[in-house]
Design a protein around this ligand. Structure first.
Ligand code: NI
Length: 176
């Protein structure tokens, strides 16, 4: 079921979400199904449970090609629960981001270029990956939602933050 996505300003987006304690339950599987339905309906690259008002440490992400990020490499479809992120080194990379909770806007956000992430899938199996570039960016963006952080809070150069239509005139508009 496609769920409403909360928009920045809703206080539920600012909570520190709670860990999932029991895996492989019908409620957890239904939540994840709704998250995929919602992400796909909006052409998102990822979605965090707090964005649909669910206060749990669950994110999903992944795409073969994203119309919202036409130049990004494919990222495997992933369910990541109770994630832990560890930067592999100190290198920071800047890149454009948008967010389904901040529709119509884009901004340049600094993120770690390489990181290791660990967590669990819906059945409770361990996930442990080392990734870089856009994959690393998406994970950092989605996991920030679990700590009540939206990407505009990380923008440092506000000359590179604004409405997509103004920043990228003439490009096809997406449901951002
Ligand atoms: Ni987001």
């Amino acid at each position: 079921m496609i769920r409403d996505v909360l928009r920045m300003g809703d206080p539920r987006l600012l909570r520190v979400a709670k860990p999932v304690e029991i895996f492989d339950t019908p409620v957890l599987h239904a939540l994840i199904a709704d998250m995929f339905d919602t992400m796909r309906a909006l052409n998102g690259a990822g979605l965090a449970a707090p964005q649909i008002g669910v206060d749990l440490r669950v994110v999903i992400f992944g795409f073969v090609s994203s119309p919202r990020y036409p130049n990004a490499e494919a990222v495997p479809e992933t369910i990541l629960i109770n994630p832990q992120l560890t930067p592999i080194d100190d290198e920071i990379e800047e890149g454009w981001e948008g967010c389904l909770s901040v529709p119509g806007l884009r901004g340049v956000v600094p993120r770690y270029k390489r990181l290791r992430y660990r967590g669990f899938d819906a059945a409770g199996n361990v996930i442990d990956r080392s990734v870089d570039d856009f994959h690393a960016r998406v994970v950092q963006h989605e996991c920030d939602h679990l700590d009540g952080i939206l990407y505009p809070m990380r923008v440092r150069d506000f000359t590179r933050f604004g409405f997509q239509e103004e920043l990228f005139p003439g490009q096809a508009l997406q449901d951002d």
